[in-house]
Ligand binder design. Structure first.
Ligand SMILES: [Zn+2]
Length: 421
């Protein structure tokens, strides 16, 4: 048993439920797949294994309009006080393709003493409090990890377990509260979680994704994100007889990448609000090369400048080698939600009040990435992101504190109460 107190009596009361659900959900393989054709949604059918479990559980809790829709989203309503506002609570069932996600075997390290945690399935995977201040600050907590051979899946099954636990709790009370629309999405990790989300039918005035990390965090700023695919068509010839004829797309692609900044504007050299231009993939033959570059920034003007940098490099390649054909395809992935959310101060104020009532201080933080909420905000449903207590996402050293997950579940209950006042 943990030797630190829970952040509130409600957190203590919810802790067992949240841990039991979390340990069950992470064992279900819900890994999404990058690059699946758009007609395949969700990208992997196994995500629905968890969606079905959640739909059944919501029915068992007593929600009577539970729907597992054709896209794999689970949607349900917890009725509130008549006339109260409608708010959404959203989490995603899928896990990232960046780290192994099959056969997750969670381990609870009770009453963590502060030593490095060596994961038994792969002793090269070590959680070291010396490298991780968040872990060093969790002495006395119960820490959940994987066995080291897979990710844990706290991203975002911590959020799912917290929403489920809060809804189950609220269902058994009769105090005044908001009406809650629950939404469990799929394919968030491959940037498509909001693709088929029907904001109008969801019918909420505001929503929250439970998909953040450190305790107390409220996030209203994401990157704006764009992907550019620079396609370079060369000309193939037999190398033995290619003089004056062959145009090598491999070399032109290398020129393009060499033109990108190295000491600045890259993920490995930036932090905080600084953005970047990041070549993430090259597929190339002499005849054709496709360079995938992602552009990220919190600031709109910088974001456009980074995009222009890539377009300019592509033009230069084209000018230098007129026999090649250079084209650029762009895809706007999501947009920083800050400017929209700031127009609705009550949404953040209510979240901060709920966090205080759950026994911790709210912390504003920014996301160097995106969320379903960024997409939903752009679609007309303002959706900031709240903490779940999970850490080190997308890695085999992912971990979560049971006490922090209980605080998050308590925050969700308090949030529904605050909106009902
Ligand atoms: Zn997530």
């Amino acid at each position: 048993m943990a030797s630190v107190p829970f952040s509130s009596p409600l957190a203590a009361e919810l802790s067992e439920g949240v841990l039991e659900r979390f340990l069950r959900y992470v064992r279900v393989d819900t890994q999404a797949e990058e690059g699946a054709p758009a007609s395949t949604f969700p990208s992997t059918a196994k995500q629905l294994d968890l969606s079905r479990i959640l739909a059944d559980e919501l029915r068992a809790i007593g929600l009577d309009d539970v729907e597992l829709n054709e896209f794999g989203y689970v949607i349900a309503t917890l009725p509130g006080t008549p006339g109260a506002p409608v708010i959404g609570l959203i989490a995603h069932v899928d896990t990232t393709p960046e780290s192994p996600g099959t056969g997750v075997s969670p381990i609870v390290h009770e009453d963590y003493a502060g030593e490095p945690i060596v994961l038994p399935g792969d002793p090269s995977q070590i959680l070291d409090p010396a490298d991780e201040p968040a872990l060093a600050a969790r002495v006395g907590h119960d820490i959940v990890t994987s066995d080291g051979t897979t990710l844990l899946g706290a991203d975002d099954k911590a959020g799912v377990a917290e929403i489920m636990t809060a809804v189950a709790y609220l269902r058994g009370t009769s105090e005044s509260r908001a009406t809650v629309r629950v939404g469990f999405t799929v394919d968030e990790e491959v940037g498509r979680g909001a693709d088929h989300f029907d904001v109008e039918a969801f019918g909420a005035e505001a929503a929250y994704t439970l998909d953040g990390s450190g305790v107390g965090e409220v996030e209203i700023e994401t990157f704006s994100a764009r992907q550019l695919k620079v396609r370079i068509e060369g000309r193939g010839e037999h190398p033995g007889t290619a003089k004056g004829k062959l145009v090598n797309a491999v070399k032109l692609a290398a020129d393009l990448v060499a033109g990108l900044p190295r000491d600045t504007l890259s993920p490995e050299t930036t932090e905080g609000r600084e953005g970047f231009v990041h070549p993430s993939r090259i597929v190339a033959t002499v005849e054709e090369a496709v360079v995938t570059i992602i552009v990220r920034d919190h600031d709109d003007e910088e974001f456009e400048r980074h995009t222009e940098l890539v377009l300019q490099l592509a033009r230069e390649i084209q000018e230098r080698e007129p026999r090649a054909r250079v084209s650029v395809e762009t895809w706007d992935q999501y947009h920083n939600m800050r400017s929209v959310i700031e127009q609705h101060p009550r949404i953040v104020a209510n979240a901060e009040e709920a966090i205080r009532r759950a026994g911790v201080e709210p912390v504003r933080s920014i996301i160097r990435g995106g969320t379903d909420g960024a997409r939903l905000t752009a679609m007309g449903l303002p959706t900031p992101n709240l903490f779940t207590g999970g850490q080190k996402y997308h890695s085999r050293r992912e971990w979560a504190s049971v006490q922090d997950m209980a605080t998050a579940a308590a925050m969700v209950v308090e949030l529904v109460r605050v909106w009902g006042e």
